[in-house]
Design a protein. Structure first.
Length: 174
């Protein structure tokens, strides 16, 4: 009888661990992941994010399962990188992006703006930069409980990586 009770108790404990793991996954705090899954996340992160600044601020958070924090730190990094590149340290967020990438008098030039298509690129990236500050960074900065799953976090980190690359290739208007 004692063996049956021990087995029953062990099965209940295993069910509890599985339920806890499912809850932890659902709220985005990471998982009791097996090493293969953790290696997959690590190699995927390394394939998606290659900017040294972003790696420094987001990699450990992402690999520890703190997906929303990894995304938040990446977008803070992008914001600060634009401030330094443009010299517009008195602005922040969407206002910063609208100012430094503006269509009329940009500080950061994506191209020579000598055609409608090139002007559209300047405007489009201004809107993307401003949009990610409002739609990605701000909710994680001002709301409690924002959760990201690993896939969404990687998508957003990939976008931040691309935008860092864009900033690295701009020219500064004179």
């Amino acid at each position: 009888m004692a063996g049956v009770e021990k087995r029953s108790a062990a099965l209940r404990a295993l069910d509890s661990v599985k339920a806890l793991d499912a809850e932890v996954r659902q709220i985005g705090f990471g998982t009791f992941a097996d090493s293969e899954s953790a290696q997959d996340e690590e190699s995927t992160f390394d394939a998606v994010v290659d900017d040294d600044n972003l790696i420094a601020v987001s990699r450990a958070l992402f690999l520890d399962g703190h997906y929303a924090s990894a995304v938040f730190e990446a977008y803070k990094c992008l914001n600060n990188f634009v401030k330094v590149a443009s010299g517009a340290t008195n602005l922040d967020g969407a206002k910063l992006m609208n100012h430094v990438f503006s269509a009329q008098d940009p500080i950061l030039l994506l191209n020579d703006r000598n055609s409608a298509s090139k002007r559209d690129e300047q405007i489009g990236y201004m809107q993307i930069f401003a949009g990610v500050m409002t739609g990605v960074r701000n909710p994680r900065a001002h709301e409690h409980g924002v959760r990201d799953d690993p896939k969404s976090a990687l998508e957003l980190l990939g976008l931040a990586n691309h935008l860092m690359r864009v900033v690295r290739r701009v020219s500064i208007s004179s």
